[in-house]
Structure formats: C-alpha cells, structure tokens
Design a protein around this ligand. Sequence first.
Ligand code: TXA
Ligand code: MG
Length: 332
Amino acid sequence: MSPNDKNPTYEKIMPAVPANLNLASKYLLQGKLVSFPTETVYGLGADATNDQAVARIFAAKQRPDFNPLIIHLSSLAEAEKYVEFDMISRRMAEAFWPGPFTLVLKKKPGSILSPLVSAGLDTVAVRVPEHPVITGLLQLFKYPIAAPSANISGKLSPTRPEHVAETLSAKVAMILEGPPCRNGIESTIAQVVGSEIRILRPGSITKGKIEELTGLRVTYYEDGENPAAPGQLKSHYAPNKKIRLNAVTLYPGEALLAFGSFYPKDVQILKNLSTKGSLLEAASNLFSMLHELDNTDCTAIAVSPIPNKAIGIAINDRLTRAAAIPEVNNDD
Ligand code: TXA
Ligand code: MG
C-alpha cells in the first residue's frame, strides 16, 4: 500500500506546518489524540493532565492499563514541575536532553498529571525530545504530552506516518508528517537506584555514554516477573511474520534483513539495514524495513547477525523481543 491523498486510510496525515501544529494543539486541549514524529519513533499523544484523554491512549493501543506512559516536556525546567530530580538524574538530563533519553523519577506530590499516566506507580517517566515537530507542539500546547509509540500494543513501532495511519487512523484526530525519525528506535529509559544507574530499555544513549558521563555503575535491569518497563516484556515490537535471528543461510521463502556486505546472495526479498555496517544507520532503518518485509509474501524474516555493541545492543534487544513467541497478556 502506498500513501495516496484519495485513500481514506491516509486522510489524517497532514504536513507539520504551523497551521496544522496549531490545530494539533487545539485537538490536544479538547482531549483528542494526535500522532507526531519524534527523533525516535512516532508517538500517540494526549494531554497528560486529562484523565479521559490518557484513557483514550490505552484504549486506542489496546494497552494494558498497568503499563505506564512517558510524558514529553519542552525543557528540564518544565520537567521539574512534575518530578523530583536527584543529582545524578539531573546531570544526565543536562547532558542528554533534548534527545532520545527518558528518566524514571519520583512524582512530585500534588501533581496535576493524570494518575493513569503512571499506572498507579509513584514514579513518572519523563523525556525532553528534540525532533522539531514534537518540540513545536510542546511550545504551543504548554502542558506535558503523554505519548507511547503509536502502534497497537506489542506490535512493530512506527517510524513513518503511514505506519500509524494503517493501524490507528480511526483513533486519532491528526497524524503530523515531518522530518524522519532519525534514531529509529525508542528512547533509552534509565532510573537511578542508590548509586547505581539501571537501564530499563536500551536505546541510542548507550550504557557507555552514561558511564562516561557519570563514572557510575550502569546495569541493564530486567525483572522478568515484574517488568519495571513493560517494553522489557519478552514478546514485543513484533511483526506479523515470524523472525529468525543470526541467520547466515536462508530457508526457501524467507526474506532477508541484512547487515553489512556479507550475506547470502541468492535472496529474493532483501532489505539491508546498513550496507556499510553502520549501527546508527541500522537503528534508524530497523522498524521501517521490518514493516516493509512484513508486507511482502515472504514466509518468515531472517535477520543477519548484528554486532552486540553500542547501539547494536538496543537493536538486538528489539529483534529478540520481535522474535519471541507471545505469551498471554504480554505486551505494551
Ligand atoms: O522513544 C520513546 O520513548 C517513544 C516516543 C514516542 O517518545 N515512546 C515510547 O513509549 O516508547 P512507550 O509507551 O511505547 O514505552 C514506554 C516505556 C514502557 O516500556 C513503560 O513501561 C515504561 O516506558 N515506563 C513508563 N513509565 C514508567 C515508570 N514509571 N517506571 C518504569 N517504566 C516506565
Ligand atoms: Mg512502544
């Protein structure tokens, strides 16, 4: 399917020009949902202070209500109205914001945020994004915007407006189209616990960058029983087709998601995350190429080995969850 003005599936997609940003801000004020690009993936946004609006996000995504949302703010100063910063978190916020980095922090008492945002926890996940469309919207709207990735729970994240339109068109007032989602995978989520920093979800701000900045112990934190970030759930980010990882040969009918220049050359359906072997480029292509391969008539998607270092760790994290077999109630 290709986007087409006359195709009703795509009629909510609007260019992110000032008039449409103003309209989007009005829709948010009315409690409606708006989708917009960020530097990571497309978000499904609502007024984070409006219970009904936030409830609409959970309904639209079919997201379990125990899974909290990230709120998006225009600056560190704005974030301080809603959450308490310890010294280490502040240091990271100053270094990594605006950008693809989320901090889980203690909620301030008397917060005007809808309690649904944090799903009953006493913490809130906050992020100051840097993409011009969400930044522009935050300037106009002035309140925090709650926004998960704009996909049905557990499915592939969207990096193009058409991905959003194809599944959520009926649920949103508008889908803003803007410059590409440069990072292509969701923000790193971190939480300071004592003098340790836990990465709840790996992303473009890597463990190495956090260690370098803080000089502290940084760990990948995963509690299988009680996921602190349900993006950690075993099956997640899943296409409809089966995924086979670390493929060096191909089975008949499989499509290949390659990385670098060494891969089986007898392949019929091929996408290459980065022919030059750049992990940054691979991350930015990951979800859009999975979407494309998912829409072919391949029997399964084989994926070349991806080096497990730097952003490759976040890529392998998403791929492993995409390849996992879903369990009941097991999504975001
Ligand atoms: O890049 C991103 O972060 C994108 C864009 C749209 O900003 N958003 C995103 O949101 O990925 P979502 O809802 O798909 O993922 C949010 C993750 C979930 O895994 C959720 O469990 C976790 O953040 N989370 C939210 N609040 C939390 C909290 N208080 N404690 C621990 N994890 C939390
Ligand atoms: Mg998500």
